[in-house]
Design a protein around this ligand. Structure first.
Ligand code: MN
Length: 736
């Protein structure tokens, strides 16, 4: 049995200033609660947590991981609950143990589903803390090493799970050593007969293989020395049984035809130049097999693996593989992400450590997500991992930038959320997106694993409409903030225009009021506002009336004297009015910049369409509401003549789509709905909704909501519906 003191010694050797006390406490706690429990082997249960902690200490993990190794089974297998654990060991260790604890048995789930749920839970925990998976792998490794006491069926089942889930995870994380051992142990337990047969075959060749390896490594050593290539070590090895078995099965060949049954490995000193030097020596000594050379140094594998691989023809005509890598590359090939825990010469500051852990976390996410996020939609697939795909992340989706950075977002997020998650600037200027290489709208819901490229245009601005399809607080706040800024700028602009109109009526010089900062400030203060812009904004919002501002400026007596309502119009003024009336719009009409965007909104009652005659009403606190000139509400609003302003459509740079409801009355016959929707589709117009019913007097009533750009567009839609045989009348309807 491994002693706790040995584990502590390893941690002390591998880590700077470790908190040994927590390891001792974890040991005591685990021993106390597992007391009396025995393993299938008959040994005390404590052997297992100790062995797991030892594997973790070997991996040079921190004292928190080692302590968690000691405690990893207490919640699952003893009466201790998470709250108790938390009170003794705090949040960090408890979180790790929780991630490692199987979820309670849910009886209505199939075994496969249950297994999927457990892996799902682990992956989720893992994404917040990588140590969860490293501890889980250590746990699994020890169980695999000691499964000879279990029944064959149980051994096979656990081993299959190891091959399906844990070995691929170890591989993804670049942990070559862990993966190899798990695979060979699993192979041995699932296919005991084949394992025996294959190892016999290899053993029979062992003396020859060893002799060949001996000769090869010696030659390599001599040749490297002759050529002055610095190296650390030459290793010789026989191919692992599991990968040999897979190869034989896949290629349907016999063992004699395996070209890489034996392999040599050169570990060089730390400059990658030495790897290429060694390679040239190898190719100079033996004939390389064409197309067998792989440069994983120039292009590392996803799991950070780096090495040169080449196959050459040996002296007896026997081919073998040579792998060449530096010491550091070797360590990463063996330990993968676990190697990140190795402290470099100098101790890292806490913050640097956090940053490097954060980097690591991102790497792990990127490596593991594809494992549980397969792209195969075949639900009948036997592959267990594919069954994990469903509902893997109920709350979050993970998407990637084209550079491979992982962005975590709440489910339902859109490219706008993604853009703001990257950078506020990217969000503010985004105009479109490519998802997995295809152009999509900004409303598209992001799916797990999507690769998203945000398209931006300099000087482009956020749209209020985005608020309807963003879900992240960051995006929402930025857009709202931007709208508030814009609204203020626009309300100041509108306020200025309204005040100018008013002082013109009173024949006051702009110099004396609007352009006189002192005076504006004085009046602003009277309204409890501090700056002239605040006063203008307040007028723009409809909170302060320009007429009342003039009252404060002129004083009661002067105001009454100049009041245009009581004053006789000059001939010029009445002439101007006539001209304005004739052209239909005031020459000082306020330009409406994109209705529904900022301070101007469409009246809900009449939903004016671009191109229709409109009029503006300054509503209290809501800025200008734009109505159709024919809207029945306008007549009532006219009572407050001071608050009516002339408005006109601004020339818009981009076409703004608006939904309009149309009602067609038709003869009662079949195919009317199809005929009408066809007619609309033919002129390339979007249909948002369409429904048909029969009226009391036996006529067809078909209500269609179409997406149009302006009045002209709508007229075209109406005209084409009118062409459909059986249509009696077409009219536009408003929502209320
Ligand atoms: Mn365990």
């Amino acid at each position: 049995m491994i002693r706790i003191e040995d584990i502590i010694e390893k941690v002390e050797n591998n880590r700077p200033e470790p908190d040994i006390e927590v390891i001792r406490r974890a040991y005591m706690f685990s021993a106390l609660h597992h007391r009396g429990q025995v393993r299938a082997s008959g040994e005390p249960y404590l052997v297992h947590p100790l062995a797991v902690a030892d594997i973790l200490a070997e991996m040079r993990l921190d004292e928190v991981s080692v302590s968690t190794g000691l405690l990893h089974d207490v919640v699952e297998d003893t009466l201790v609950d998470l709250d108790t654990l938390r009170s003794y060991f705090g949040e960090e260790i408890t979180h790790l143990v929780d991630g490692l604890t199987k979820i309670a048995h849910i009886s209505n789930l199939s075994k496969e589903r249950q297994q999927a749920e457990n892996v799902r839970k682990m992956v989720l925990a893992m994404i917040t803390d990588v140590r969860v998976v490293l501890i889980k792998l250590a746990d699994r490794l020890h169980n695999m090493r000691t499964m000879q006491f279990l029944k064959p069926e149980k051994r096979a089942r656990i081993s299959q799970e190891t091959l399906d889930i844990y070995a691929p995870i170890a591989h993804r994380l670049g942990m070559g050593k862990m993966r190899s051992e798990l695979e060979d142990l699993a192979f041995q337990n699932i296919y005991p007969e084949e394992y025996k047969r294959l190892s016999k075959e290899v053993e029979a060749r062992r003396p020859d293989l060893d002799a060949a390896l001996e000769k090869i490594t010696k030659t390599i050593e001599e040749r490297l020395k002759e050529n002055g290539v610095p190296f650390v070590e030459i290793q010789g090895r026989v191919k692992r049984l599991y990968s040999l078995w897979k190869k034989l099965k896949k290629q349907k060949i016999t063992i004699d035809r395996v070209y890489d049954l034996i392999a040599a490995r050169i570990i060089t000193f730390d400059d990658k130049k030495n790897c290429y030097l060694a390679l040239s020596v190898i190719h100079d000594t033996w004939t390389p097999v064409p197309e067998r050379f792989k440069d994983w140094i120039a292009i590392p594998r996803d799991n950070l693996y780096q090495s040169l691989h080449t196959s050459v023809i040996g002296d007896g005509g026997q081919a073998f593989e040579v792998q060449i890598r530096t010491r550091e590359m070797h360590q990463i090939a063996e330990e993968g992400v676990a190697a990140h825990w190795k402290y470099k010469e100098k101790k890292l500051g806490k913050q640097q450590e956090d940053e490097s852990l954060d980097e690591l976390r991102k790497t792990v996410e990127k490596l593991l997500l594809p494992l549980v996020e397969t792209t195969n939609d075949n639900e009948d697939s036997e592959d267990f991992l594919e069954s994990l795909k469903l509902d893997l992340y109920p709350k979050d989706v993970y998407a990637f930038t084209p550079m491979g950075k992982v962005i975590q977002l709440p489910r339902g997020s859109t490219p706008v959320d993604f853009a703001y998650a990257i950078h506020s600037e990217v969000g503010d200027t985004c105009t479109g997106a490519k998802i997995n290489g295809r152009i999509t709208t900004l409303k598209t819901e992001i799916q797990n694993g999507d690769v998203i490229e945000i398209l931006t245009t300099a000087n482009s601005k956020p749209s209020r409409d985005w608020l309807n399809h963003v879900v992240t607080a960051k995006a929402r706040n930025r857009i709202r903030h931007w709208i508030a800024d814009q609204q203020r700028a626009e309300s100041i602009d509108i306020g200025r225009k309204l005040l100018e109109k008013e002082i013109d009526k009173f024949r006051v010089s702009p110099k004396k009021l609007i352009n006189n900062d002192e005076e504006m400030k004085r009046i602003a203060n009277e309204y409890g506002l501090s700056r002239p812009e605040d006063l203008l904004a307040s007028i723009g919002y409809g909170k302060t009336f320009p007429r009342s501002v003039l009252g404060k400026f002129l004083g009661a007596e002067k105001f009454a004297e100049l009041d245009p309502d009581k004053r006789k119009e000059t001939r010029l003024e009445s002439g101007m009015k006539a001209v304005k009336k004739f052209i239909g719009l005031g020459e000082d009409a306020i330009i409406v910049q994109g209705i529904d965007n900022l301070l101007t909104t469409r009246g809900r009652c009449c939903n004016p369409l671009r191109g229709e005659p409109i009029i503006g009403y300054i509503s209290l606190g809501k800025g200008i509401v734009v109505h159709n000139k024919n809207c029945k509400n306008v007549k009532q609003l006219m009572v407050n003549r001071d608050r009516i302003v002339d408005v006109e459509w601004a020339k818009s740079e981009r076409q703004e789509i608006q939904s309009v409801k149309i009602l067609a009355t038709t003869e009662n016959r079949t195919g009317m709905l199809a005929g009408i929707t066809n007619a609309i589709a033919e002129i390339k117009t979007g249909i948002r909704d369409a429904r048909a019913k029969i009226s009391k007097d036996d006529q067809g009533l078909i209500e269609v909501t179409v997406e149009v750009f302006d009045k002209k567009h709508l007229d075209r839609v109406v005209a084409s519906i009118e062409q459909v045989p059986g249509v009696i009348a077409v009219e536009r309807v408003n929502s209320n």
